[in-house]
Design a protein around this ligand. Structure first.
Ligand SMILES: NC(=O)c1ccc[n+]([C@@H]2O[C@H](COP(=O)([O-])OP(=O)(O)OC[C@H]3O[C@@H](n4cnc5c(N)ncnc54)[C@H](O)[C@@H]3O)[C@@H](O)[C@H]2O)c1
Length: 340
């Protein structure tokens, strides 16, 4: 998996022929970034953007010089080869299936769908149609994450701890922190360890919102690694930190500042060496979209498959399944923060 990410070049691939016609469905916070990046890629034509919010679609289309349409059907009528989907998660399945039915390759934002079953429907349809399906677990393309993955290659990993905290998002969808945030880190734990998660010990709480806004999640992988995710929407600043303990190293990464440091050479007297690792500076979304388009052109499996995304969603769902037994009673309610 790591090789697929690291081999990225600045073009959509060596077998690239002709211009790929691409569209974006849902151009809110994430989708407008998809459109911005796609508009600047070589060998790509951003044909159009679809959004039910016509003002937003018109604004993005005018800024980037493409067509604005109201929905995925109209976008597909523009004869696109591929679309990216950044509409709200509960719409991913229907939009992806509509595109696949018309022979169009799909990159869908994380989480792949609202439920594991819907995610599997998308995978099955794409497989039957022989189309590329990739899922936007963009953190895999963060150069700091790639540096950590490289630092622990061939190491005997013992434990992983990930912190992903911040304030409440300005507009909340109808999911809590497990589906919105922890799913990134569940994917990272599976990717770092090249192993499945086989044990889940979640602690969830709804301190302010209707859904869980604090989660402390513990896991064990099939390979025996212990992992921990600390995530919440109750921290006044954003933090994204990863530490990995292996038998030979202790690796610390800040995914925001992209500083990655490793401690190694542990001595019986307690001394050790420390070094900062070299970290690239590519924009993760650009690297992700290039990888998708390269898979579209070559037919090779994309670096983040539907199956991997469903496996991560399934673990997130398991964390939520035990919620009634562990959740603390809500102390304060802030219904205005919750869309659904
Ligand atoms: N990879 C990441 O780090 C990351 C970050 C943020 C969001 N996301 C994912 O991206 C998706 C969108 O999140 P967001 O924060 O950009 O939401 P958003 O609300 O900012 O944008 C969603 C857009 O979709 C539009 N829309 C709604 N229904 C539509 C339809 N039927 N057809 C076309 N457009 C429609 C809305 O008008 C809105 O403009 C979610 O699945 C979310 O999980 C991923």
């Amino acid at each position: 998996m790591a090789g697929a990410v690291r081999d990225m070049t600045e073009t959509a691939g060596p077998s690239a022929e002709g211009v790929l016609r691409v569209g974006v469905v849902g151009v809110g916070v994430m989708g407008s970034n998809h459109a911005r990046v796609l508009a600047g890629l070589p060998g790509i034509e951003l044909v159009g953007v679809a959004d039910t919010d016509r003002k937003q679609a018109d604004f993005v289309a005018r800024t980037l010089g493409c067509v604005a349409v109201a929905d995925v059907g109209e976008l597909l009528d523009l004869n696109v080869d591929a679309i990216t989907i950044a509409a709200p998660t509960h719409l991913h399945r229907d939009i992806a299936l509509a595109a696949i039915a018309r022979g169009v390759h799909v990159m869908v934002e994380k989480p792949i769908a609202s439920t594991v079953e819907e995610g599997r429907e998308i995978i099955a349809a794409a497989r039957r149609a022989g189309l590329t399906l990739m899922v936007g677990h963009v953190e895999r393309f963060n150069p700091a994450v790639e540096a950590i993955k490289e630092a622990i290659r061939n190491e005997d990993i013992l434990s992983i701890a990930i912190t992903r905290v911040g304030p409440f998002p300005p507009r909340m969808s109808n999911v809590g922190v497990v589906i919105d945030l922890a799913v990134h880190d569940i994917d990272l734990i599976r990717w770092f360890t090249d192993s499945d998660i086989v044990e889940v010990q979640p602690q969830l709480s709804s301190a302010v919102a209707e859904r869980e806004d604090i989660a402390l999640l513990q896991f064990r992988t099939a390979s025996g690694v212990l992992a921990h995710i600390n995530t919440n929407w109750l921290t006044p600043f954003k933090a994204r930190n990863v530490t990995v303990a292996t038998r030979g190293k202790y690796v610390m990464g800040d995914l925001l500042t992209r500083q990655v440091t490793e401690c190694f050479g542990f001595q019986p007297d307690g001394s050790y060496s420390m070094r900062h690792l070299s970290v690239g500076h590519a924009e993760p979304l650009r690297a992700e979209l290039l990888a998708f388009l390269r898979s579209v052109r070559s037919g090779a499996a994309p670096p983040v498959t539907g199956e991997e995304a469903v496996a991560s969603l399934e673990i997130a769902a398991q964390c939520l399944a035990v919620r009634p037994a562990t959740v603390a009673p809500a102390k304060r309610k802030a219904p205005s923060l919750v869309a659904g």
